[in-house]
Design a protein around this ligand. Structure first.
Ligand SMILES: [Cu+2]
Length: 161
């Protein structure tokens, strides 16, 4: 028993000396959802890989980092909007420069077809929420799927390496 305790203590000291952040700690990404408090210019075709002028975006997903290590990633999502409900969905980014599957009739991303992995759904203005996902290396997209918001520019990318 004494030997066992000693070895555990030694390991703990070695770990604290070797890594500023223990390997088992989840990475946290802070995500802000925001808009220009208007939906006057929705359906702007400003989706991913659509080569639209993103400077015209009126709704936004912003993350405090663009790259995270593979493993557990916790998204802390806050809706900073004044009046609009927003959400954040995580999906694998389409390969080969393809657009995300979008239904123009509903103005929504087809979440199943897009391979949605998880979400913080429908936050009222000023509210926040979290979701933790186990992500493998690759390229991901974070987007809002309230009607028309994605095409209004409400998405960003995340690389997991
Ligand atoms: Cu939105």
């Amino acid at each position: 028993m004494a030997t066992h305790l000693k070895s555990v203590a030694s390991l703990a000291i070695a770990a604290s000396l070797s890594f500023a952040v223990p390997a088992f700690a989840a990475t946290t990404v802070h995500v802000k959802l925001a808009d220009q408090n208007t939906d006057a210019a929705l359906a702007g075709d400003m989706g991913m890989n659509m080569s639209a002028d993103m400077s015209q975006a009126i709704m936004f997903v912003t993350a405090d980092t663009q790259t995270v290590p593979a493993g557990e990633v916790t998204f802390e999502v806050s809706n900073d909007a004044k009046g609009f409900v927003h959400e954040m969905i995580v999906a694998e980014a389409p390969v080969g420069g393809k657009p995300l599957p979008y239904d123009p009739k509903t103005d929504l991303i087809e979440e199943d077809a897009a391979g949605a992995l998880g979400e913080v759904s429908e936050l009222n203005p000023g509210k926040s929420g979290t979701v933790t996902l186990d992500l493998k290396p690759g390229h991901y997209v974070l987007f809002c799927n309230l009607k028309g918001h994605y095409m209004a520019g409400m998405w960003t990318t995340l690389t997991v390496q």
